[in-house]
Write a protein that binds this ligand. Sequence first.
Ligand SMILES: *Cc1c(COP(=O)(O)O)cnc(C)c1O
Length: 372
Amino acid sequence: MRPEIPFFPPDLFEGDRKVMLDLIREIGLAPEQKFILGEHTRRFEELLRESLGAADVIACGSGTSALGLVLRAMDVGPGDEVVVPAFGCAPLASSVLEVGAHPVFADIDRRTMVVDPDDVERRITHRTKAILPAHMFSIMADMPRFTELAAEWGLRLPEDSAVAQGAVLGGTPAGLWGEAGVYSFVQVKSFGMPGEGGAVVTRDAELGHRVRMLRNHGQDGQRFVHRVVGTNSRFDEIQAAFQVHRFAGFPDRLERRAAIADHYTERFAPLADRGIVPPPPGREGRCYYVYCVQAENRDALKDHLAAQGIGSHVYYPLPLPHQTAFAPCAPADERWPNAEYASRRILALPIYPHLDDADVERIADAVCAFAR
Ligand SMILES: *Cc1c(COP(=O)(O)O)cnc(C)c1O
């Protein structure tokens, strides 16, 4: 029996295990005993800020809480509507609800599975305060169109770039298209780490300043002086030092992901008329955090891969407005046909950087054999 290829690899950080253990010792034994928002966090923020050419980068507790900080910094609140994708992860809706605003679900493009600008525009009302496009799977949302829409209707433009750190569209990095973007460093994301964390990135220094205050109880540098009502969304020093160390290898890991994706797409392109459709080829506006095909017999394909020891995963089995948690926000007579279509067909295949060529071939062969 050949070894299993898991979808979530248990050895993502194996190569840097010693570095992590050394950092725990170093920071754990340092005389200042500084474990959050210290020198390492500042260095990490500065590294990201410089590499992006951003006005500010604010490391915070998670990608979800980064979204919440952005919405609060934009004064999105009760009475406001925010148009969000109908297909994606829970924080797209829950972060809007948490600030007391109302998520309005827009359908996605059937092929790319990112939110459709025409459908977003259709759902704009006099109560709409913001549109929240999200990059999904490997594909960036149509940010040039969303930038136009936001300008035309006078709306705020937060950008959920949690899965797209490292992607670039038309020369602008994911995260800097909107007024503020977010990254998530949770394990499985493109610049994941062994723990919980995220960041807000922005080209607006004033907005960045507000996020910085909100992340640490509304303090503006001076301790126990609270200018605004904030929250606790601080960043861990050990993880910050670990991410600074890992940053140098990030472009190579992204490149390896993209090379695997190129190969899958080349192998799967001929399967389109046999019920398995790969994502559009290319690297512009793309980041292969995951690699998702659309399969007519998705569950059978998943079982077929599992029988050969290959893990796969369904992101996401239900559109957001069909989730029990968010159904109360969704008008009963509304439909999101493309989100429904995608949730029935989508299947993610393993694509982590240390997958070797033989494993990539084994996965590609198994998918092709199923289509035959
Ligand atoms: C992962 C993710 C988030 C949330 O990030 P966490 O760090 O897990 O809180 C937000 N939006 C999208 C699109 C994501 O994929």
